[in-house]
Design a protein around this ligand. Structure first.
Ligand SMILES: [Fe+2]
Length: 255
């Protein structure tokens, strides 16, 4: 049983996952059970339609998140935290309101394409072979290929496609450079790298905050957008205690 606060609504939802992996998972309360009623009515006014679409979008995000959880891709707190950070950085950069929801979706679902990567690669505790790494690098394209079909998620799917680009053009899949890279992708790149660095895994301890900060600064302007790094680090430092608690590392040990 997993209780997850929906980052879009602030409402806590209970996800239950019992029995074997072959059993169908139960859906959250705001799932597709009302889908035909949500899209059909002829006399619906604009405000009601917007509310219904928003609810449908939230349900889709929850469904995708549950898929990630079924694949043991460490979502839940991780993706919710990334979404909060991404929105904070976007606000600091004074980005247009219309792009915020796309950035939020990109932060929540940036690794959705890993569903298409074999578990033997995702769970491998050792270094990947060249062939395995080449396959792993397909996950941004897989994520884009899925989400671009969802009405309203087209821009978010492009942010997901480019979340492993590098600011100096050395990333993948397209080798985009600087501001050619969607801003949502540049934000996700920084916050995901930081979160991965400080989080403990079964096969390694998370890095101390100071070391993760040092690595972000080292790659500022090469791998990472310098503006995004500058806006993010004060937030990371301010939230250090809660981040390390959620990441499974004690602050005192980390420092
Ligand atoms: Fe990724």
């Amino acid at each position: 049983m997993l209780t997850m606060t929906n980052p879009l609504t602030g409402v806590s939802e209970v996800f239950s996952r019992t029995g074997s992996a072959s059993e169908a998972p139960s859906l959250p309360a705001s799932s597709f059970t009302n889908f035909p009623r949500q899209v059909a009515p002829a006399a619906m006014n604009l405000k009601e339609m917007e509310e219904q679409l928003s609810a449908l979008r939230t349900s889709l995000i929850c469904a995708f998140n549950q898929l990630l959880d079924l694949k043991d891709l460490n979502t839940g707190v991780h993706s919710t935290r990334l979404a909060e950070w991404a929105l904070h950085v976007a606000g600091e950069l004074s980005l247009n309101e219309s792009v915020l929801s796309d950035i939020e979706v990109a932060a929540l679902l940036h690794d959705i394409g890993k569903i298409g990567i074999p578990d033997s690669i995702l769970q491998k505790p050792a270094k990947l072979t060249n062939e395995e790494y080449a396959l792993m690098k397909m996950h941004p394209e897989y994520g884009w290929a899925v989400l671009r079909h969802v009405p309203g998620m087209e821009r978010a799917s492009l942010m997901i496609l480019h979340h492993h680009e590098s600011y100096d053009g050395q990333g993948y899949p397209a080798g985009l450079k600087g501001e050619e890279i969607p801003i949502g992708s540049r934000i996700v790149s920084v916050i995901d790298a930081f979160d991965a660095m400080v989080s403990s895994r079964p096969y390694r301890e998370g890095l101390p905050f100071e070391e993760a900060e040092h690595r972000l600064l080292q790659a500022r302007g090469t791998q990472f957008d310098p503006d995004v790094v500058d806006r993010f680090l004060p937030l990371a430092r301010a939230e250090m205690s809660s981040v390390f608690a959620a990441a499974g590392t004690s602050v005192s040990a980390a420092l």
